[in-house]
Design a protein around this ligand. Structure first.
Ligand code: ATP
Length: 234
């Protein structure tokens, strides 16, 4: 479904992503792990199109999207839930969700917003409240809800559990499993190694911009050298 080959991101003198090869098959949850500064966010930003890679290729469902805009990638079916959620705090919950539909012209947005409110009853209750009044966990749900309005087949998430209470972390990972069962493939960047490896089928470990390890999630979870050395046990 997603094939990334030889991807490079360079900022000035910082080579943030180095010749990364990565794939996500249809129906998979794949996680990307690594310490702070390993290049995880840069990788996702290049996949989303917010950062122009200096080399390599991003192919989604057989289409080369390497030089496409973020909007074109969303229209093709891949969306990013960015680090720090980046919801519009001066808007209501409902307006935030509508922003996720701005590329759609099929007239079915209202039905899909209904499905999102069914999935997130907390958001339905707060439909006309300012997004700034939501808790961190609710804001994360809103960011995911906004991404779902675009009807993606692949959702990429950048550290969605960061700063959430344990209860919301549980809900978040439960939600990722649910979305996956509904047919959405997921590329998950996480600091919470333990939870990420529980929900994912495969994982990649980034170190200084390079993939240093790639394996099934079960094998990565058993790799104590890895969890201790790179990841601090999650
Ligand atoms: P974190 O977990 O802290 O988000 P990360 O693994 O996502 O870390 P990146 O944010 O991708 O890592 O950073 C990789 C490297 O690129 C770091 O050395 C960082 O300082 C550098 N970097 C990131 N963004 C920029 C930028 N816009 N300009 C210059 N250097 C950057």
């Amino acid at each position: 479904m997603l094939e990334v080959s030889n991807l490079d991101v360079v900022y000035g003198r910082t080579h943030a992503v180095k010749s990364v090869d990565l794939r996500v098959e249809s129906g998979e949850i794949v996680t990307v792990l690594g310490a702070n500064g390993a290049g995880k966010t840069s990788l996702l930003r290049a996949l989303h199109g917010a950062v122009k890679p200096t080399g390599g290729k991003v192919v989604f469902e057989g289409r080369n999207l390497t030089s496409q805009s973020p909007a074109a990638r969303v229209a093709s079916g891949m969306v990013l839930v960015p680090e720090g959620r980046q919801i519009f705090v001066s808007m209501t919950v409902h307006e935030n969700l509508l922003m996720g539909a701005y590329l759609r012209r099929d007239g079915k947005e209202a039905r899909d917003l209904g499905a999102i409110y069914d999935r997130f009853p907390n958001l339905a209750e707060r439909k006309y409240a300012s997004a700034s009044s939501l808790s961190g966990g609710e804001q994360q749900m809103l960011a995911i809800g906004r991404a779902l309005v675009a009807r993606p087949r692949l959702v990429m998430l950048d550290e969605p559990s960061l700063g959430l209470s344990p209860l919301f972390v549980e809900r978040l990972f439960g939600l990722l499993g649910e979305l996956n069962r509904d047919g959405i493939s997921i590329l998950l960047v996480e600091q919470n190694t333990t939870m990420a490896l529980e929900v994912a089928s495969r994982g990649y470990v980034l170190e200084l911009g390079k993939v240093v390890l790639e394996d099934t999630a079960a094998a990565l979870a058993r790799n104590t050298a890895l969890t201790e050395a790179y990841l601090g046990g999650g």
